[in-house]
Design a protein around this ligand. Structure first.
Ligand code: MG
Length: 165
């Protein structure tokens, strides 16, 4: 017998005032060439953070802040791909599998559409699932609000988990 569980995750990170070569822009596990840095305890990969929260939410397992506190010095600068790998191990222990994922990134800058295939390839690799189970969209806010003012990037992720009960 199987059951399906839905989860939603949301994250936002602001850009730093100055670009730092030690903090390149990493989204969905892909390092982008744009000279933009995000303020974060980790690598700032808000797509993976939203995804972790959606996965944890669907599994009824809390949120990313509980599992990986931003006060933990061992997590300073950590690759969010490592956090996602830990979340995936937790799901595997609970016999949950990913049905599908739908992600919406909200950014005025940089232009994300050219990286869509790289994001899909990376997510497929990190999650060990077929690309056909992953969808990622990018939108702007038409210049409205903080994101429209190029102050940061936000992301929503929705996940369907299939569990064996
Ligand atoms: Mg975050």
């Amino acid at each position: 017998m199987t059951e399906t569980r839905i989860g939603h995750g949301y994250d936002v990170h602001r850009f730093t005032d100055e670009f730092s070569t030690t903090k390149p822009l990493v989204l969905a596990g892909v390092t982008l060439p744009d000279e933009l840095s995000l303020l974060a305890h980790s690598d700032g990969d808000l797509i993976l953070h939203a995804l972790c929260d959606a996965l944890l939410g669907a599994a009824g397992a809390g949120d990313i802040g509980q599992h990986f506190p931003d006060t933990d010095p061992n997590l300073a600068g950590v690759s969010s791909a490592k956090l996602l790998a830990q979340v995936m191990r937790l799901l595997a222990r609970e016999n949950f599998f990913i049905g599908n994922i739908d992600i919406t990134v909200i950014a005025q800058v940089p232009k994300l559409a050219p990286h869509r295939q790289s994001f899909l390839d990376s997510l497929s690799n990190l999650l060990n699932i077929d690309i056909s189970r992953i969808n990622i969209k990018a939108t702007t806010t038409e210049g409205l609000g903080a994101i429209g003012n190029k102050e940061g990037i936000a992301c929503h992720a929705v996940v369907l988990l299939v569990g064996k009960v």
